[in-house]
Design a protein around this ligand. Structure first.
Ligand SMILES: Nc1nc2c(ncn2[C@@H]2O[C@H](COP(=O)(O)OP(=O)(O)OP(=O)(O)O)[C@@H](O)[C@H]2O)c(=O)[nH]1
Ligand SMILES: [Mg+2]
Length: 276
């Protein structure tokens, strides 16, 4: 196996919080109780659940452990998938993000860890959400500890679904970007279905165009956009180029997640100091 791939697999499988950042504003005991929480988001059918399965497979885990009973009908719950031996958990979200409509309360509940894995995603608004809409500053209401919140977001879009380039998708994403930006969460963008793009005569031009369009929609930097095909055949048949990208996506989310934790802790301590 390619050395770079082996190195990335080891780095992810042995991941411990604090590998990339020094948490100088952490409360005593806070880091010890922390694991990194990475959520996969995007519209129904974009390939979020398939990507979690692909990630586990790329790391050499048996992916049947991450196949849901509800796979055929799409994800209905918020499901959590801790990576064995590593301090990272992936959260598979239901398609709360629909074209032309976003379940704002749901997004908020997921990001702040108010939605617990295994529960059907509820669509009612919480008091915290109401307070925020009513203009109460986010730091003034009780949010769960930073440890329970989402720290990194992988935004998944199908490269063959032209809807992501349309206006209302962009408008909805602008709201998502606003919420994530406030918590210093960088969006990592994954375009799935490259196997379908590859079948097109002008595949390379189309790939360039898609990456550019994706950057415009999610606001991701070019180095945070990844074009992949999910894995559906035998793990050993999965092309190394996709494997490398999937592992890069995971490493990026660990890096970006730690940075988000650090910045939120810094913001919290700054606000505390100001209040004194
Ligand atoms: N050809 C191809 N099919 C894919 C790819 N990724 C996902 N699919 C298929 O697309 C369908 C939807 O994939 P899911 O992973 O269930 O989508 P999801 O984003 O989890 O959808 P919800 O749970 O409904 O939000 C499934 O039939 C997958 O097999 C890909 O990269 N290439
Ligand atoms: Mg799903």
């Amino acid at each position: 196996m390619n050395q770079g791939i082996t190195r990335m697999i080891n780095e992810i499988k042995r991941y411990k919080i604090g590998t990339y950042e020094n948490f100088s504003d952490a409360l005593s005991g806070e880091i010890e109780s922390l694991g990194l929480n990475v959520a996969l988001m995007g519209i129904t059918g974009s390939g979020k659940s398939a990507l979690i399965k692909t990630i586990f497979e790329c790391l050499g885990f048996n992916s049947s452990a991450v196949t849901q009973d509800t796979a055929k009908e799409g994800t209905r719950k918020l499901d959590s998938f801790p990576l064995p031996g590593s301090q990272v958990t992936f959260y598979d979200t239901a398609g709360f993000f629909r074209l032309g409509k976003i379940e704002e309360g749901e997004l908020f509940r997921i990001i702040y860890g108010l939605e617990k894995p295994g529960e059907d995603l509820t669509r009612d608004t919480t008091s915290a959400w109401k307070a925020m809409k009513g203009g109460v500053a986010a730091h003034k209401f009780e949010k769960p500890p930073i440890a329970d919140q989402i720290h990194a977001v992988i935004w998944v879009m199908s490269a063959v679904d032209p809807r992501f380039e349309q206006g209302n998708y962009r408008e909805n994403l602008a709201f998502v970007k606003h919420i994530l930006n406030r918590e210093s969460i960088t969006i990592i963008t994954v375009l799935t279905y490259d196997d379908e793009v590859a079948k097109k005569g002008n595949a390379d031009d189309e790939r360039k165009r898609l990456i550019k369009a994706a950057m415009e929609v999610t606001g991701s930097d070019k180095r945070n956009v990844f074009l992949i095909a999910n894995s559906f055949s035998k793990p050993q048949d999965y092309p190394p180029i996709y494997k490398e990208r999937v592992l890069q996506v995971v490493l990026k989310s660990l890096n970006c997640g730690e940075l988000s934790v650090k910045m939120r802790q810094n913001k919290r301590e700054t606000l505390k100091a100001q209040a004194q």
